[in-house]
Design a protein around this ligand. Structure first.
Ligand code: ZN
Length: 123
């Protein structure tokens, strides 16, 4: 059996504009940084994916929540922001938010009802 200590992880930040992130599938989380120091995960997510369009929800097997939100890049722009994050794994992006992607669409799984409502408002 392979044992992987946390210290063996290579959390190498990837910069996207003024925000950097290190997504790690061993730790199942995303660490956020910015050129101005610490950054709130919600603010960082907004910087990267705030312009994405909510296209619906779907039931998702294996996701942290039974229902997840599906987002698409606007007209294919900013799709490359997804490339900064490992594909096909669920990572904790913030205290109440998990994310995953397949290189085309962004999936968000808010574990808090209020956050779910905020994210789906106006959709
Ligand atoms: Zn790690």
């Amino acid at each position: 059996m392979e044992f992987r200590a946390e210290s063996e992880c290579d959390h190498k930040p990837v910069w996207v504009g003024r925000v950097a992130l290190a997504g790690c599938d061993s730790c199942q989380r995303i660490e956020w940084f910015s050129n101005a120091g610490p950054i709130d995960p919600a603010e960082a997510m907004a910087a990267l994916f705030g312009s994405y369009d909510l296209v619906g929800t779907m039931d998702a097997l294996g996701a942290p929540t039974p229902e997840v939100l599906v987002y698409r890049p606007p007209n294919g722009r900013k799709r490359r922001n997804l490339d900064a994050v490992p594909k096909h794994v669920w990572l904790r992006a913030g205290p109440h938010l998990w994310m995953s992607h397949d290189g085309e669409v962004l999936l968000l799984a808010p574990t808090q009802a209020l956050l779910f409502e905020n994210l789906t408002r106006g959709a």
